[in-house]
Design a protein around this ligand. Structure first.
Ligand SMILES: C[S@@+](CC[C@H](N)C(=O)[O-])C[C@H]1O[C@@H](n2cnc3c(N)ncnc32)[C@H](O)[C@@H]1O
Length: 439
């Protein structure tokens, strides 16, 4: 194997004579394409991953200093449902990082920084998969985010399941004989030595059935999502998980359905939609999976003898260490005191004098705000330190215009008070106006 020599860190001179950090050395000078307007104003209480709170919303406006016509850069993006957001953890406080970190899920134990999603890494770059709600001019509206207000965004890329998810490989692996490693081409065009080009793959999404029949889902034509009216109040009821209702039922049948969606997604990811379908389509109704309850998590082991398709399924699905799935802390029950309930109602009706319009900037209703608060708290947003040593301390966070005060007891979080956020969010980019949170 060729060893790559580390290039010198000398800056290179461009033809025009100016000195720029060299791309070749990886010394990239970044310039944010925009600064995120997010419903989270501070790190405290912000979900640790985007999947935790589907109602969390944000807007990204492409800066005019990047493109004269920002809307040109977003052309075509509205045809995608999800985007990767690359951003800077600008509120890390410092640049240094450690080789080993303590992710909250490991409850104090250490692991290598590159095996985690820790914000503290050599290059403070974050990666979030967000739902793209709408594109409007030079702005895109996102949901399911875990970044705070003012986060500098470096890049946006469309999420393409066919490229980005092992579960969605274009070529089914059923014909891949794992024992003799002989690959049988799945169709004639490939048998002729031709493979689909990237462009063909993309175009085929709408025109013809996809090769992978995992989800039994009909391919969808992208709808024009530029025309919606008000993004921030967009109906966000369609969740990705709803694409697999049959899997939900089966998982429930297997005793995996839980109050949160966590165990189910574990089931789906562990054995995959294909396996789940197979386990009931076979006449033998004996459960082919053993469910071993471990605390609040469920682990599944296939007990049937491995068959080629099962092995192919295993090869197709991604693998993660157990600690990622087995949260050391239970999902918390979230309660609101009567006082907090009243606060929430008052806050949501303060927008209009007659109380007809909610005053939230990102949430559509008090109910949605409530769901978001529940989602954030049930995932226990406290640091390991706080969880272990400051159990009895009050916990505060701000989401949208709500400043939430709560406390944690054994297995629950209780919201005590919700008042209007008083601190306006500091702007990161002075040239551009961001949505200001707070009153
Ligand atoms: C664990 S990181 C994961 C981010 C991303 N999904 C990833 O995997 O790279 C998410 C946490 O980063 C913190 N965070 C979000 N935006 C930040 C920012 N701009 N600067 C520093 N920390 C931030 C919040 O505390 C949030 O809970």
């Amino acid at each position: 194997m060729r060893v790559l020599e580390e290039p010198g860190s000398q800056p290179t001179a461009t033809p025009c004579g100016c000195v720029k950090p060299a791309l070749e050395t990886g010394n990239l000078l970044t310039e944010p394409i925009g600064y995120l307007e997010s419903c989270f104003s501070a790190k405290n209480g912000t979900p640790r991953q985007p999947s935790i709170c589907s109602h969390s919303r944000a807007c990204l406006r492409i800066r005019k200093s990047i493109f004269n016509n920002p809307e040109h850069s977003l052309m075509g993006l509205e045809q995608f449902s999800h985007v990767w957001v690359l951003f800077v953890f600008h509120k890390n406080g410092h640049l240094s990082c450690k080789a080993k970190v303590q992710p909250p899920r490991l409850n104090g134990a250490k692991t290598g920084v590159f095996s985690t999603r820790s914000p503290h890494r050599p290059n403070a770059i974050g990666l979030t998969l967000a739902k793209l709600e709408k594109v409007e001019g030079g702005a895109m509206y996102l949901s399911g985010i875990d970044m705070i207000h003012g986060t500098p965004v470096l890049d946006i890329k469309p999420y393409i399941a066919e490229y980005d998810s092992p579960q969605n490989l274009i070529e089914p692996l059923q014909d891949f004989n794992l024992q003799n490693s002989q690959y049988k081409p799945p169709n004639t065009s490939q048998a002729n030595g031709k493979t689909d080009s990237c462009d063909q793959r993309q175009l085929s999404r709408c025109d013809k059935p996809q090769a992978c029949s995992h989800t039994k889902e009909k391919p969808k034509c992208p709808e024009d999502r530029t025309s919606g009216e008000n993004y921030m109040k967009h109906d966000n009821s369609t969740k990705i998980q709803q694409k697999f209702p049959q899997h939900r039922e089966i998982a429930a049948d297997l005793g995996l359905e839980s109050r949160s969606d966590q165990s189910l997604s574990v089931a789906e990811e562990r054995i995959g939609p294909c396996c789940l379908e197979k386990s009931i389509s076979e006449e033998d109704t004996e459960k082919r999976l053993t469910v071993i309850a471990q605390g609040n998590s469920a682990e599944m082991h296939p007990v049937a003898p491995p068959c080629p398709s099962r092995m192919a399924d295993a090869a197709r699905h991604s693998v993660v260490p157990a600690w990622v799935r087995e949260a050391p802390v239970a999902t918390l029950e979230v309660r609101f005191t009567p006082h907090a309930e009243t606060d929430l109602k008052r806050l949501s009706s303060e927008g209009e004098p007659d109380g007809s319009q909610p005053s939230f900037k990102y949430f559509q209703s008090a109910e949605e705000a409530r769901h978001a608060i529940e989602a954030m708290l049930s995932a226990d947003p406290r640091s390991v330190y706080r969880r272990k040593l400051c159990q009895d301390r009050l916990f505060y966070f701000t989401v949208d215009i709500a400043h939430v005060t709560c406390w944690f007891g054994d297995g629950f979080a209780e919201v005590l008070r919700i008042k209007p956020a008083s601190e306006p969010v500091q702007m990161t980019d002075p040239e551009e106006s961001l949505v200001s949170l707070g009153s």
